[in-house]
Design a protein around this ligand. Sequence first.
Ligand code: PLP
Length: 414
Amino acid sequence: MDQLRTTDPEIAELIAKEARRQKSVLRMIPSENYASDAVLAATGSILANKYSEGYPSRRYYQGQENIDGVESLAQARARALFKAEHANVQPYSGSPANMAVYLGLLGKTGRVMGMDLAAGGHLTHGAKASFSGTYYEVVHYGLFRDSGLIDYQGARRLAREFKPQLIFTGASSYPRVIDFAAFAEIAREAGAHLVADISHISGLCISGDHPHPFPHVDVITTTTHKLLRGPRGGMILCREELAARLDKAVFPGLQGGPHNHATAAIAVALKEASGPEYAQYCHQVASNARALAQGLLERGFSLITGGTDNHLVLIDCGAKGLTGKALAVALEQAGIVGNANKIPFDPRPANDPSGLRLGTPALTTRGMKEPEMDLIAGLVAQVAASLGNAQALAHIKELAAELCSGFPAPGIHL
Ligand SMILES: Cc1ncc(COP(=O)(O)O)c(C=O)c1O
């Protein structure tokens, strides 16, 4: 940072301010976390200087004796951790990983079934606004209106009629277990490849807190920067028989040179995730989410599906007479950072939806446990009752900062 401060004081100052923010607020966006010092060291390393188009031992540039080692290690650790025959660790992020699956398994066009964005799916699962809904023919399965749970029978009926060639499972804001075995049956009947996008729940699949997608699915995709606590990146895991098609889709299909610094940091994160402490961390993430849900329910909040099985809760703010955006903004003023989110069958628009999404991965990395989750549920309730009251929100922000000060933020040294 000293060198950066000399060369570019403006950027150095913004980074320092962001570090202070990340340390002093309750970070509860479910897709965010704190990467370790080791992961950050690899991310900021000189590996960023090197071009390495291709794959280990099959490169288009010379000078790869160290880079091949880095990528091979990352691949081997990914294979071992996710029980996969093949791993591609080059996707620049989660969306490019999914894009490579479309390109590798379908080509330019094809029929896809994915979870509706409004029901909790991701943009890349066929939403109109993304490449996936623009270039591919898509149908969406969804949720039961009353329970908020995935309608597997509806998905089966849809697949029988539509005959998709590719089915995406996985979600960005679904708080319950996904039944990969049920989707495998649906895919088998339709003759479709089945993909599990476990970007949000990858850690829980490793620790056993969520059922593992293999052997039910053909392909797993995941980001590396959420629960996995790595750098920003993506991975594709699959059986050997699909490896060549998917590798070719990543490079040269969609990308050029891999981000070697990110690959190294992914390898470090995978090593960290292979120990018993990481499994313990994931158990705690899930346990904290349950405690948070319980604390919110006790304070009169309405939760989609009535609770959670994973790392996030989805609040229906309408039940408190609020919108998700209004509550998210007030929470931020009070030092609690979540995000406004659509709820199933939301009558409100995406930029001011009815829901608010809160998650436990980052706070659990700081060492917070069930008692802190109950405290936070109390703070969220105070915020919901204090909209527009700047003084009350400022007071809650002090309480949030005080709570944060008792729990170190990995990777942040002020
Ligand atoms: C389920 C799911 N898949 C894919 C992605 C895309 O990841 P990225 O933002 O790294 O492109 C996300 C991001 O939030 C996600 O939630």
